[in-house]
Design a protein around this ligand. Structure first.
Ligand code: ASP
Ligand code: MG
Length: 437
């Protein structure tokens, strides 16, 4: 066991100087931790905008400079600390502007500066507090992925090199989340919340006993508390349910972050960085629970319905549809063929429209909608309670499914109804007495 504990800090946990100081105090108090960090809150979005604007001919980086200068000054760190990174960032943005076009690989390179700079800031702040710490770029440590820029997948076996590299670090390693490189050495990113996945891979590689995600929420909750006032913390949840929640749109953890935990058997906790002594949520390999545990929402979803012939020719049509989805790089959130129709829902409106257009004249585009999923046990009982709750609100679901290993029940509603539907479902599943677990 190289490091007994891995601590992962998300962007919101590193939002300003005071927050970074608190994070460093937590790290200083821990026993031989390895640390993984996201970019400071909002920085990934700023980088994304800067990259897009560069491709359109504008070089606009003031907001990024101000953000990082502000952090350095709040923390009383060397104002020059990030100069090298800024120079490199401006030079790649300059190249993008000169070409007038942004490749996916360049976007990943631009995005990488968020995590690279936050690792420098956190490590420098730790050193100011007297803790030996080293900022490390995961792509230099040997975190290797495939080449799918923007949503790269780590390659199996990448942990061996990670472990070797981390074994040589003196003091606390502060590792960039979200970033990897492909076999050709180009930087890649692991998708939204990708730092969670990085942290899980680091925890697996170093043989950690525990991985703690410090977030700005009190734990994994029964629903997004910003949308459902009655949402509450789940004290303990199974790995399978947490995976299912993430897959159905709950943003609390990256969907791939659970797999390494199951493989390596370390404990996972989600804790409020502003109340680190509170219990938060413990993830474990416990058996399926008796009832529903949480609601996740995926929206807006865009989709189409394609009529299917009743018997002969169904497989041909489906094969063609899936081929088009692949060609247009649509990752369907939902794809289901039942009765006379084939339904597809995905997050990218444009690409869905292209597939529908190419598939044939009888294909009907669906207006924007939301998939709301109850994750947990309870099966069809949960499903029918959901439908009853929606009916009471006069909301007619467009589709309803019971999915995967009996762990989830999904309803698809118009996007305009989604807020109301979510609250009604939460009340029915989690706030009415007899169903509180
Ligand atoms: N910075 C990236 C994002 O905003 C990765 C992460 O935070 O996990 O999604
Ligand atoms: Mg994040």
């Amino acid at each position: 066991m190289l490091f007994p504990q891995v601590m992962k800090f998300g962007g919101a946990a590193l939002r300003d100087g005071a927050a970074v100081r608190r994070v460093c105090a937590l790290i200083a108090a821990a026993d031989r931790p390895a640390v993984v960090v996201s970019a400071h809150h909002g920085v990934t979005a700023l980088l994304q905008r800067a990259a897009r604007e560069a491709a359109e001919g504008r070089l606009e980086t003031d907001a990024l400079r101000v953000r990082h200068r502000g952090l350095l000054s709040q923390l009383e760190l060397d104002p020059e600390l990030l100069n090298r990174h800024f120079t490199e960032l401006f030079s790649v943005l300059g190249e993008v502007r000169a070409k007038g076009r942004l490749e996916a690989s360049e976007l990943d390179f631009v995005l990488s500066f968020g995590e690279r700079m936050s690792a420098r800031i956190v490590a420098a702040c730790l050193r100011e507090q007297g803790v030996a710490a080293a900022p490390l770029d995961a792509f230099d440590l040997g975190l290797v992925s495939d080449s799918r820029h923007g949503r790269a997948k780590p390659l199996p076996g990448t942990g061996t090199q990670l472990r070797k590299s981390l074994a040589e670090v003196h003091g606390v390693p502060v590792v960039t989340g979200f970033l990897a490189r492909d076999a050709q050495g180009r930087l890649t990113t692991l998708g939204p919340n990708g730092s969670d996945l990085s942290a899980a891979l680091v925890a697996e590689a170093v043989g950690a006993l525990e991985l703690v995600f410090y977030k700005r929420v009190p734990g994994i909750m029964t629903a997004d508390p910003a949308r459902v006032p009655g949402a509450r913390v789940i004290a303990e949840i199974g790995f399978a349910e947490a995976e299912e929640l993430a897959a159905h749109g709950a943003e609390v953890l990256h969907p791939g972050a659970i797999e390494p935990a199951i493989r390596a058997g370390f404990r996972v906790r989600v804790v409020d960085v502003d109340a680190p002594d509170q219990h938060g949520t413990i993830l474990s390999s416990t058996q399926a629970p008796a009832g529903p545990r949480a609601l996740a929402t995926l929206e807006p979803l865009h989709g189409f319905t394609c009529p299917l012939p009743s018997i002969a020719g169904r497989a041909d049509l489906l094969a063609r549809a899936f081929e088009l989805l692949r060609e247009e790089e649509v990752e369907p959130s939902i794809a289901t063929a039942i009765g006379g129709g084939f339904h597809v829902f995905a997050t990218s409106a444009e690409a869905v429209r292209r597939v529908a257009g190419r598939l044939g004249p009888n294909v009907v585009l669906e207006s924007a909608c939301s998939a709301i999923t109850a994750v947990g046990g309870g099966g069809s009982v949960t499903g029918s309670r959901m439908l009853t709750a929606l009916e009471a609100e006069a909301i007619r679901p467009r589709l309803a499914f019971a999915l995967e290993r009996g762990l989830s029940q999904t309803v698809i509603v118009d996007e305009a109804d989604s807020a109301r539907a979510l609250r009604a479902l939460h009340t029915a599943l989690f706030e009415e007495r007899e169903f509180v677990h």
